[in-house]
Design a protein around this ligand. Sequence first.
Ligand code: 13P
Ligand code: SF4
Length: 332
Amino acid sequence: MTDNTEELKAKIRALKEKLSVTVVAHFYQRDEVFDMGDITGDSLELAKKTMADDSEFVVFCGVGFMGQSVKVLSPEKRVVMPKIACCAMARMIDSLYFDESVKKMEEAGIAETNILPITYINSNADVKAKVGKMGGMVCTSSNAKTIIETALEEGKKILFVPDRCLGQNIANMMGLKSAVIGIDDNLSDADIICYDGFCSVHQLFSVDDIRFYRKKYPGILIAVHPECDPAIVAEADFTGSTSQLIKYIAELPEDQKVAVGTEFNLVNRLRPKNTYVLSSTKPECPTMNETTLEDLYNTLKSIDEGEPINEIHVDEETRKWAKVALDRMMAL
Ligand code: 13P
Ligand code: SF4
């Protein structure tokens, strides 16, 4: 920790004392930024805890869709982001690509009235709004299985956007059939029809990495996030969202080795011994890493000076329908 870091942290603490602000930080943030969080967690926890918070300003250290979701759920809050960094997966779909996906399903013989869309929370508000309008809802990696189970009760085909892997993994877990738009021909045979988006960070883990660790440390456990490819999930001992991974690893005996397939900053913070990153590369999320301590300080300073920077705004029509999709998830 450099003097400069400690100095900045002290200034940030002083501004937090002075202002009506809550600093929110996702688990994937840099350590020094994460340390400054009043509310920390995975995407579902952050959405819930921030809704219950009553500060005037939410300073969200994460990626764009997360700050946007807070604004959609609590429009009375002023949401600012030290960096409006956009999750690479969320950028893979917009409302036009969403409409195109519905069209492709119709061309495959599935009537629009027979489609129930579900969007992973890693999507922008315009996509969530489309989903809300069509009667669908949002899910996160923690609750995707419950949300899909509930959705299937309507007897419709699920259009799952934007993460192909999460959709396929949940389908495999539930013994259902999945297909990917633009890749598979048999869309109408599938229960869950996935958009072909993915997380570039979670694509870094390979079956070879798993084999390497199993050979090097016999008895090691492999724990991965469901954004990993289904081939990785098939060979893992445990698959779970960020918070589920944290809980699983915390409950392991101290001498149990585990290799973890998810973002580097989180894995690095998990436990000091017997924990390995399931990759020969450093799987950092570039957009999560964009936010620095200096950005956080500058944002707080801008609030103090009465000219907040990077404030999140969502137009009312988009907000209304995106909220419908988020509220349906919250209700479950
Ligand atoms: P969580 O829902 O587990 O926080 O995941 C968010 C994310 O972006 C994972 O890559
Ligand atoms: Fe998006 Fe992947 Fe980064 Fe998560 S790890 S924020 S899904 S790019």
